[in-house]
Design a protein around this ligand. Structure first.
Ligand code: PMP
Length: 394
């Protein structure tokens, strides 16, 4: 039977990682894969995570199963982190999932259960895995206009125009902050207008929030999600702890589902638990437990927030440095958007040929759509990248 299998399309980013690994040049720069790296190119375990792991070693007496939802304390901590008091927590069901990807997958499963003919709307472009999972599940995907290629900003008018086609029962996937891959984000006023439209259409918002704390700050980055949660009767939120807690491999995420009325929550929560049961039964606990410990301990939380803020400000500093350098070298404001984008990524508007040339001639690795990982840079490599971009990108 297995001989009938056909090779799956290769993941472009993983392919790029392999090319980078095999490149012998010691001047090569990896701006591809979406993980945070410090100035030394390392992705260290965060201090608060290490401290929580030490504590856990002492206090954990069992590795028994938790609950199908994961530890309810994790769900409660995530509701507070992401939603704060924007919505009555009694209206919010939550499950732990294997990473943000698991939360997104379970959100699609829930949407499918509610409406087997659901259409899931994604931004053009979006994180490619969104589209890939939707298609793999046999669901319909439609994309809404998002990125203005010429200016590297959001084309909000075009976005609203395409969202006019949304039907009742559809799901509109929005990036809560730090849009991947573009780095271009909606303003809160624009999110508000999108919420009105979703409401008017009788659709449901699904917010993917994978980079809370990487953009404008922990609270600021959750503001759009909270605005939507306060305004919409129902909503789904897929949150990832991979980036902001630096626990990529622990697979820690949370799906939250907001019901219109608190009386509905027991059934919504039960359905979320059921979906966990069907897909992998009990979700992973280690990362979720560390997150719960950190968020529940004032000292650990303060240290985590301080380190996250260093990470965020480091990336902002690199953005400013790169935009300044490009302004100087091109004598224009063409790349000023890099300083306005937020999060780990910016799509810089280079053609596929230019991206290839940057790789071949300069050993600069970015994804084919010209998405670069800002965290792959440091103060020394910014001028190298800027010089190459100024030369190659017409
Ligand atoms: N959403 C977006 C937009 C992402 O970029 C990512 C990670 N690349 C995820 C979700 C999921 O991340 P993870 O499953 O590693 O938590």
């Amino acid at each position: 039977m297995l001989s009938t299998l056909k090779p799956q399309p290769a993941d472009k980013i993983l392919e790029l990682m392999a090319l980078y690994r095999d490149d012998p040049r010691d001047t090569k720069i990896d701006l591809g894969v979406g993980i945070y790296k410090n100035a030394d190119g390392e992705t260290p375990v965060m201090r608060a995570i290490k401290a929580a792991e030490k504590q856990l070693w002492d206090v954990e007496t069992t590795k028994k199963y938790t609950a199908l939802s994961g530890d309810p304390a994790f769900g409660a901590a995530m509701k507070t982190l992401v939603l704060a008091d924007s919505v009555d927590h009694a209206r919010v069901g939550a499950i732990a999932t294997p990473g943000g990807t698991g939360a997104i997958r379970q959100a699609f499963e829930l949407a499918k259960l509610v409406n087997p003919d659901v259409t899931i709307w994604t931004s053009n472009p979006t994180w490619p895995n969104h589209v890939s999972i939707i298609k793999f599940m046999g669901l319909t995907n439609k994309s809404y206009a998002y990125f203005d290629e010429a200016n590297c900003t959001v084309d909000f008018d075009a976005m609203m125009e395409s969202l006019k086609e949304v039907k009742s029962g559809d799901v509109v996937l929005l990036h809560g902050c730090c849009h991947n891959p573009t780095g271009a984000n909606l303003t809160l006023e624009q999110f508000d207008l999108v919420a009105d439209l979703i409401l008017e259409k009788g659709a449901m918002a699904l917010v993917d929030i994978a980079y809370q704390g990487f953009g404008d700050g922990l609270e600021e980055d959750a503001a759009a999600t909270r605005l939507l949660a306060a305004k919409l009767p129902e909503m789904l939120i897929a949150s990832s702890c991979s980036k902001n807690f630096g626990i990529y491999r622990e697979r820690t995420g949370c799906l939250m589902a907001i019901s219109e009325k608190a009386e509905q929550t027991a059934v919504t929560q039960g359905t979320l638990n059921f979906l966990n049961r069907q897909n992998y039964s009990f979700p992973p606990d280690h990362g979720a437990r560390l997150v719960t410990m950190i968020l529940g301990d004032a000292a650990l939380k303060a240290d985590w927030m301080a380190e996250l803020e260093e990470v965020r400000l480091g990336m902002l500093g690199l953005r400013t440095q790169l935009a300044d350098e490009l302004r100087r070298l091109t004598n224009s404001d063409r790349f000023d958007f890099i300083a306005k984008h937020r999060g780990m990524f910016s799509r810089i508007g280079a053609t596929p040929e230019e991206v290839l040339k940057l790789r071949e001639d300069y050993g600069i690795y970015m994804v084919g759509d010209s998405r670069l990982n800002i965290a792959g840079l440091n103060a020394e490599t910014v001028p190298i990248l800027a010089a190459a971009v100024a030369k190659i990108c017409k």
